[in-house]
Design a protein around this ligand. Structure first.
Ligand code: GLN
Length: 489
């Protein structure tokens, strides 16, 4: 167990909700505590693109009223942050792109609608890499977010603003989106928990699409129990998302105390291969020993096709992005460039001025991969690799209840360290991408510090087995006893 949290903004959802239930604090007081924390540390962290203090206060007052009227629920009055590629009615949704600057969403995403219904207080929108393309939040057209553990370092990406906000106490938890690792990698870098659900468990309606066959929304939280609590609200069928899956979901908090005694955990050797730092390997090995001491059976396993996951992802994701981003043309969507003399010039200028360099790179890569003559060689081939990866995971899950690995090859890197080399930046997701390609649920849980920077352990399980991911994640969390907080004041 971690030490009890001293200040209100530092509470977990569960702790805050218990205090609200006992009447020890009101939602308005809790929200004020978080807003003052934002005002105190935001100049250093720059996690948010938009904070709506008035709306937060109104939502908090409404939550208090609802509680007085007999309303209950674990999220009633809980202040949360939302990544700025997920729509909240009446708030900006910029995706940290110039092309969407000034755009205010006319509707709620299904997930933010569900959070509102459960009485959560939505504080504002967090920074990200433009259109969620990146691993450091440096591709934001608006600002660079700092890692609360070391302000000279990146918080990871693309949900870097959400991860940093949770780590710095600027929200009790947050939503992110994960296409190739964008929840788990920043969670690992910022010492928080990040969960990517099985593809189809959480509705993507109202999430600005990056790569539609890979995108999933999920929670970034201070502990595993909070991830389960949020997933209870987020999971569910939605007729607005044709890939959302119609099935019954369990209470995800039920199995948290199940432990790992007797569970078979595979340790894919391809995910501790070259590039993973020795320090991280040592922390992960230490955690594995503790899990074994709790009765887990941990064995190395080989999934050879994972060696090709990164290459396949960087064909499939840009291909889908090039198609999804075609809608930003200054007519249907996007800020229109001024002064063009005809339609074609207007399209060209709008997109040239509106998109940043990484987004343009993805559009070009994707358009090339999909073009006649190259489609089979690139996109078709990548899809075949994806199928092999899915099959290999299936075989592994015949033998293992879950797979574990480090979440990232290194700890958070210095701001600017990888901006000159897109491929080096891409490599920071090499361990998280396989779960997206296969659609598997995966969590990152903080397990230690290396030179003052957090290390995350990733747990993956078979489709729809969030319960095992959370159960193993909770056991990892108990064993790691990661109680440290970033020092910001
Ligand atoms: N870093 C990866 C990319 O740039 C993953 C991004 C994400 O998961 N949204 O594509």
């Amino acid at each position: 167990m971690t030490a009890p949290r001293a200040v209100d903004y530092d509470l977990t959802i569960k702790e805050a909700s218990d205090r609200l239930d006992r009447g020890e604090i009101s939602a308005v007081e809790l929200t004020e505590a978080v807003l003052s924390r934002i005002n105190a540390v935001e100049p250093q962290v720059k996690a948010y693109l938009h904070v709506d203090e008035d709306s937060a206060r109104e939502q908090a007052a409404a939550a208090d009223k609802s509680r007085r009227d007999g309303g209950v629920g674990p999220l009633l009055g809980i202040p949360l942050a939302v990544k700025d590629n997920i729509c909240i009615q009446g708030m900006p949704a910029t995706c940290a792109s110039k092309i969407l600057s000034g755009f205010v969403s006319p509707y709620d995403a299904t997930v933010t609608g569900a959070l509102k219904k459960s009485g959560a207080v939505l504080l504002g929108k967090t920074n990200l890499d433009e259109f969620a393309m990146g691993s450091s939040t440096e591709n934001s057209a608006m600002q660079v977010t700092s890692n609360p553990w070391d302000l000279s370092r990146v918080p990871g990406g693309s949900s870097g603003g959400s991860a940093a906000a949770v780590a710095a106490g600027q929200a009790l938890a947050a939503l992110g989106s994960d296409t190739g690792g964008s929840i788990r990698q920043p969670a690992a870098f910022c010492g928080v928990v990040g969960l990517k659900p099985t593809y189809g468990v959480v509705s993507r309606y109202g999430l600005v699409a990056f790569a539609s066959s890979l995108d999933q929304i999920g929670p970034l939280t201070k502990d595993v129990a909070d991830a389960a609590l949020l997933l209870n609200v987020l999971a569910g069928h939605d007729r607005h998302d044709s890939t959302s899956i119609d099935r019954e979901y369990p209470d995800f908090t039920a199995a948290l105390d199940g432990g790992v005694d007797g569970l078979r955990l595979g340790f894919p050797q391809e995910l501790v291969a070259e590039g993973v730092s020795d320090d991280i390997k040592a922390v992960v090995d230490g955690t594995i020993k503790k899990l074994e001491a709790q009765g887990a059976i941990v064995e190395p396993v080989s999934l050879p096709t994972l060696a090709y996951a990164l290459s396949a992802y960087y064909i499939i994701a840009p291909a889908e992005a090039s198609s999804n981003l075609a809608r930003f043309d200054g007519v249907r969507y996007g800020r229109r460039a001024e002064g063009a003399k005809d339609l074609l010039e207007m399209y060209k200028r709008t997109r040239a001025e509106g998109f940043g360099p990484e987004v343009k790179r993805r559009i070009m890569l994707g358009t090339y991969a999909l073009s006649a003559g190259y489609y089979d060689a690139y996109y078709g081939q990548a899809q075949k690799v994806r199928t092999l990866i899915i099959d290999e995971f299936k075989q592994a899950f015949d033998k293992f209840d879950a797979l574990i690995s480090p979440t990232t090859p290194t700890t958070a890197f210095e701001i600017g360290a990888k901006t000159a080399s897109p491929v080096e930046m891409y490599l920071s997701d090499v361990l998280t991408i396989p779960a997206n390609l296969a659609g598997l649920p995966a969590i990152s849980v903080p397990v230690g510090l290396v030179e003052g920077l957090p290390v995350g352990l990733q747990v993956m399980a078979k489709h729809f087995d969030e319960t095992t991911v959370l159960r193993v994640g909770a056991a990892v969390e108990r064993q790691a006893a990661f109680g440290e907080r970033p020092l910001l004041d």
